[in-house]
Ligand binder design. Structure first.
Ligand SMILES: [Zn+2]
Length: 303
């Protein structure tokens, strides 16, 4: 992706080097009435609890952070969380610049889409942190991977995750990294369109299995929105050879079936919260080929 020398978003909050800082922020949830498909499914049964490890803290607060992946990344790149690197390491400022440009592109895209739908896009804050940091959904921990917190409308990302993505998940490349951000911003869009508030409400009265199935549809829509963003980047002539393949490979590597077979050697579909490799690729590609968020309806019909 062509990104050097391009405009960076002003909505990046750099907490790298801070030690589990207490940067409390709060803001309301988004509204509704957007013509991007929303959906909403009937629930039933009794709620059981958290869907994935990262959700546990948030659930205690009544807030559901939305992640890129399911579960913990294991030892990964983070230490015990009590000590922070004092300064960004070599190459990380490049990475921070890159993130800023990608976020700016998402803002340009979604501002345009919201205007077309008679709404106003309020950008998310993207928080860069090291090891651990406070979020509106509890403690952000590098080991859980990037996530979106609806309560403070912020994306949290430890840039060391990108090394994990490359080495542990076999998903190298700058566009794989961009896909991660575009996916999380996709959750912010869902928050603004009312999809996330509806999801948080509905899963309270769902069984674990039903809530998992609902989560898959939420996550696949975020993948589709990431594809719409990739299409937008293509329209702006900013794609480079191999970019789309990098994103599609990343979607494949972080499918629930791929992760489960790698980490536990057995695949249990009813525990899926993000979708299979095939589903994640398919919805990214659907967003990419059409460039139309209206085609990202993961809530009606088969996925
Ligand atoms: Zn997600």
């Amino acid at each position: 992706m062509k990104w050097r020398g391009r405009k960076r978003s002003s909505n990046i909050e750099d907490r790298r080097g801070a030690s589990g800082g207490m940067f409390g922020r709060s803001s309301g949830l988004g509204g509704s009435g957007f013509r991007i498909p929303t959906g909403g499914r009937a629930g039933g049964g009794l709620g059981i609890g958290a869907i994935v490890i990262i959700l546990i803290i948030g659930m205690a607060l009544g807030i559901n952070p939305l992640s890129l992946l399911d579960g913990s990344l294991g030892t990964g790149t983070s230490g015990n969380g009590s000590v922070s690197r004092p300064l960004p390491e070599a190459g990380e400022d490049d990475l921070a610049d890159f993130v800023g440009v990608v976020v700016q592109d998402t803002e340009d895209l979604w501002t345009e889409v919201f205007v077309e739908n008679g709404m106003t896009y309020v950008p998310a804050t993207v928080v860069l942190f090291t090891d651990m940091s406070q979020s509106g959904c509890g403690m952000a921990d590098a080991r859980t991977g990037p996530f979106y917190c609806p309560a403070d409308q912020s994306v949290y990302i430890d840039l060391a995750f990108y090394e994990t993505l490359r080495s542990q998940f076999g998903a190298p490349g700058d566009f794989a990294q961009a896909y991660v951000i575009a996916h999380e911003i996709g959750h912010h869009v869902q928050n603004l369109t009312g999809v996330l508030p509806e999801y948080s409400r509905a899963i309270q009265s769902m069984s674990q299995e039903e809530a998992n199935a609902y989560s898959v549809r939420i996550e696949l829509q975020a993948d589709c929105y990431a594809g719409v963003w990739a299409n937008y980047v293509g329209e702006e002539n900013l794609l480079e050879s191999g970019d789309i393949e990098e994103a599609i490979n990343a979607a494949e590597q972080i499918g629930d079936d791929a992760i489960q077979s790698r980490t536990q050697g057995v695949v249990v579909p009813k525990t899926f919260t993000h979708g299979t490799s095939a589903q994640r690729q398919e919805w990214f590609e659907r967003g990419y080929s059409g460039g139309d968020p209206g085609q990202c309806d993961t809530f009606s019909g088969a996925i």
